[in-house]
Design a protein around this ligand. Sequence first.
Ligand SMILES: *Cc1c(COP(=O)(O)O)cnc(C)c1O
Length: 430
Amino acid sequence: MNFENNLTFAKAQDEADILKDFRNQFLFPNQNGKEFIYLCGNSLGLQPKVSSEVLKRQLDNWANHAVEGWFEGKEPWMFYHKELKKLMAPIVGASPREVCPMNTLTVNLHLLMVSFYQPKGKRFKIIMEGGAFPSDQYAIESQVRFHGFDPKEAIIEVFPIEGEETLRTEDIVAKIEENGDEIALVLFGGINYYTGQWYGMEAITKAGHKIGAMVGWDLAHAAGNVPVKLHDWDVDFACWCSYKYQNSGPGGISGIFVHEKHFSNTKLNRFAGWWGYQENQRFKMEKGFIPEAGADGWQISCTQVMPMALYHASLQIFEQAGFIEPLRNKSISLTNYLEFIINEVNKELGFEQYKIITPKNPKDRGAQLSIIAKDKGKEVFDGLFENYILGDWREPDVIRLSAVPLYNSFEDIYLTGEALLKVSQKILNA
Ligand SMILES: *Cc1c(COP(=O)(O)O)cnc(C)c1O
């Protein structure tokens, strides 16, 4: 597609967009009565308009039924999570039995490592991406310590080669092979939060299995953003938060995936709780933990109805949109357009003030572009905010912008470029 840097072009793209009306289902942040262009769905997705009604419905259930709400009403809480499982499955390419909403992301990362990081003899290492999201680094460090290892010895981080910003799949695979019989677990983020790089998940999973390791993915920046096929790719486990691309609200419920091939493995460690117990026997309250079959067997505490209700409402919007494929198609065009527009700004300025470090090929990225601002980045970022454009800022010099197909338009992108040029000219010439 040949992009054009003008409003008429952007508006024509929006007119032809089959998903264009979905943005009306969301609330945009505003100040002084003016709405922001929101390009920060990688950090916290927007609130669906239906959210307050959905919460109100559960508050009413609670008010009207109290404890009976577990079994009474239109959406009895006892089985409520099953409604979510059906809608979560197509988002990550799994069967409903393989997914479950529970807890929050880092908590689930720990719980899944309890099961799938089982060091034995010289096979005790975890391989991960260098520069992973800090919570993942801390979780992995503390897990290896918990097993009595020194993180410096037990964690292998893969960094880009000199002069490059992102990783090459073949280098990750080579590193896995090089350390083959020492690696117990391969654990990467599906999309790196800082660079926006989408790793070659299928190839990396295959490489991990070839050397006899377990393979897990943190899909915080991937779930609801790019199509993943966890079951078909034979991934062992994964988890994600739902408040980024899946719009479930701050601190929203997390999701887990456990491949069905592990369902009958009774040797996996678990940190157990009553909600993971066999569902139809749970209220016998008997001694001795027997897990429910499937991902549900990793539950610990009773259903968190309020955050699940928010996630459920948001998943229904994905269902209306046809789940991931139509969104992904629009996402690729929007992000390509954003890339084009940023480069147009560089052209106007006459030098490369903005360097996009996210890979160029759409197969290696999702919605997010990470942009190094070579000069006065923070001032540019603040200038964008003053012009009602909200992205996010990562020290020391990166602006992250994400065009989210459910609620961003080509016009948003065009206007962002226009503001970025204006702000840059003002700040760089000052
Ligand atoms: C956003 C994010 C988190 C956040 O974890 P919480 O437990 O939800 O606070 C963790 N890991 C990655 C990779 C993330 O992108």
